[in-house]
Ligand binder design. Structure first.
Ligand code: F6R
Length: 617
């Protein structure tokens, strides 16, 4: 969603900010803007278009060493230039960029209007700029409690009157050596350079310059200057004792290289991503998995009676894959639930259940809230997150890092694959402290080790899959059908197709077809049927026959042999250990969705209406 960048140092701030905004484009946005201090005055440039439009609009002679920038995803007010950030006070002294939603914005705006302030935008953020300016003005007139000229103090006083979520950066032309930043529910990371400092909502905007970062916690405020920073809490306590982290990514990870878009690049990165997820985690001696980050000894692992995955969108479907593999390997009940529903249904939290919060970004607000609900009710929760240092990872305090590397495309591919493989590792570990035999454990370890190469073989068939995608891309609707292991795969396949190609896609359990959806089967309704090599092959073949008998075209995605000529198109994947097959069967569906979207000329990395990281409800 919205993105934030900030810079204070010796460089020319404008290109640093624009570059940072480019890096944040993947999160999804509808307008962009930046503000710098140029010759003692505030220079603000905004556009209702793309970052490239902003770059074109900027005056080349606007030199500055301090500035802030923003990509906006509209919440309060339509996406236009006036509502784009940064927002300023009436005198043009203060500029603010803000992610999140101020819940008492209406009340704050009314108070400001009541005191004669003319608001120019429809946003919640503009109120903050006026409030901070008023605090400073009062202090400078000697009739306010804030210290004269102390921006940090004015920001803290303002935020104490604010309810809601924010990550924000404030610039004051009368304090041209500093920025003040604050966080409550929306990520803010400081990048520490040599005699320069960066701020961003996401490390991708600053890894080009530094890998040393500090994540702000909720309720913290920081004053940052080129050479130092100071962190306090809104309550006024010192919070400076922070150890910088080294980000496990560099600028090259965000480069497209030979690819036209990130989704295809990330699909092709999966063999390497899988190797990273498995590295050091396979224990041949005891035929099990090593997952140090979950911090549970054998006795604690044994006392888990149930596993529940919580995630949103594809992360939820990955959780479903996880639930299936855990039930199979560990023989304990497991299921998955959309995290977005969890806290609203007053969940019964069972102390013997292991809850797993699944999130690529680690910032999805619904998943974070589910974790907080669980912790409040005494649930045992661990994270399965990709972004180290992210809110969910920190809130859980233990878990499995996915090690997929930075994922830029909105459509999740390699992170989802690494989620699924991480849950297979968890299943193996849970199984081996229970009844999974050493022989079966060895079989799974060997199967896991083979996955990267097997994915490579699927990627080698990309051209054939692209041809199939081209044949069916113009369908208005598609079904994705799966059974047991194939069911979460079908759901994720439908999700991927609809989100990037805008083709309406629905997933159904094969056994449910006859209970309603079969009525829709016709020549213009292709079905993708997932056929793993398990003891349900005959049943799945019969499903294909039923669809064919009603004139529906079928694309079979399978690791087994199906009768010649039965399906209209067949996509084959290598045969894996049965419990691991969903991981492989999912990959051609990514490729299918990608090429269908490409054929339809979609903006693949930035599908309409979607954002990479959903940090507001
Ligand atoms: C789909 C997709 C989304 C995300 C969902 C959760 O391709 O990417 O459905 O899976 O928004 O995001 P994370 O995993 O960051 O919590």
């Amino acid at each position: 969603m919205c993105g934030i960048v900030g810079y204070v140092g010796k460089r020319d701030a404008v290109p640093v900010l624009v570059e940072g905004l480019h890096r944040l484009e993947y999160r999804g946005y509808d307008s962009a803007g930046l503000a710098v201090v140029h010759r003692g005055r505030l220079a603000v440039t905004k556009t209702a278009g793309r970052v490239q439009d902003l770059r074109d609009k900027l005056k080349t002679n606007t030199k500055a060493t301090l500035g802030i920038g923003h990509t906006r995803w509209a919440t309060h007010g339509e996406p236009n230039e006036v509502n784009a950030h940064p927002h300023t006070d009436t005198a043009g002294r203060i500029a603010v960029v803000h992610n999140g939603i101020i819940e008492n914005a209406e009340q704050l705006r009314a108070q400001l209007q009541g005191s004669g302030v003319r608001l120019v935008s429809d946003t919640d953020t503009e109120a903050l700029a006026h409030m901070i300016a008023a605090e400073l003005a009062a202090a400078e007139a000697g009739d306010g409690p804030a210290a004269p000229g102390d921006l940090e103090d004015a920001v803290i006083r303002t935020l104490r009157r604010v309810e809601g979520a924010y990550g924000l950066v404030v610039l004051d032309i009368k304090n041209p050596d500093q920025l003040v930043v604050a966080r409550n529910g929306s990520p803010i990371v400081l990048g520490l350079g040599e005699n320069e400092m960066f701020v961003a909502s996401d490390v991708s905007a600053l890894v080009r310059y530094t890998r040393q970062v500090i994540y702000l916690e909720d309720g913290e405020v920081a004053k940052i200057r080129a050479t130092d920073y100071r962190t306090t809490t809104l309550a006024g306590q010192d919070a400076s004792a922070k150890i910088p982290m080294t980000v496990d990514a560099d600028d090259d990870d965000y480069e497209l290289g030979p690819y036209q878009d990130y989704m295809r690049k990330e699909i092709h990165e999966q063999p390497d991503a899988l190797r990273r997820a498995l590295r050091g985690r396979l224990d041949d001696r005891f035929a099990t998995a090593r997952l140090g980050g979950i911090n549970l000894d054998a006795r604690e692992l044994r006392s888990i009676r149930c596993v529940k995955f919580l995630g949103c969108g594809s992360a939820y479907y990955a959780g479903q894959m996880g639930a299936t593999v855990i039930e199979e390997l560990a023989r304990i009940p497991a299921d998955a639930e959309p995290a977005s529903e969890f806290r609203y249904r007053s969940p019964v939290v069972d102390p013997d259940t292991l809850y797993v919060a699944v999130s690529q970004s680690g910032e999805t607000i619904d998943t974070l809230m589910a974790v907080q609900e669980l912790k409040r009710k005494g649930g045992q929760v661990m994270g399965a997150v990709n972004v180290v240092g992210s809110a969910i990872g920190r809130e859980c305090g233990r878990g499995i890092f996915l090690h997929a590397g930075p994922e830029v495309a909105v459509a999740s591919t390699k992170a989802l694959t690494n989620m699924a493989v991480s849950f297979a590792l968890l299943g193996l570990l849970l199984g081996r402290v229970r009844d999974l035999s050493a022989a079966s454990g060895h079989r799974v370890v060997t199967g896991l080790r083979a996955l990267p190469e097997q994915v490579n073989r699927i990627l080698a068939a990309e051209e054939d899959i692209a041809t199939i995608a081209g044949r069916f891309a113009h369908a208005e609707h598609m079904f994705f059908i799966g059974r047991v292991r194939g069911w979460p795969v079908a759901r994720e396949g439908a999700q991927k197709l609809k989100e990037i190609s805008y083709v309406h896609a629905e997933a159904y359990q094969a056994g449910e077809l006859k209970h309603g959806p079969l009525a829709l089967i016709a020549a213009d309704m292709p079905s993708v049927v997932i056929v793993p090599s398990d003891d349900l092959v005959a049943k799945n073949i019969s499903t294909i026959e039923q669809i064919k008998a009603r004139g529906g075209p079928v694309i079979a995605v399978t690791s087994t042999d199906i009768p010649e000529g039965l399906a209209d198109a067949v996509i084959r994947v290598p045969r894996a250990e049965p419990e691991l097959e969903p991981i492989l069967l999912n990959v051609p569906l990514q490729i299918l969705a990608y090429h269908a979207a490409a054929k339809l000329g979609r903006d693949i990395d930035k599908p309409r209406n979607l954002a990479k990281s959903v940090t507001v409800e």
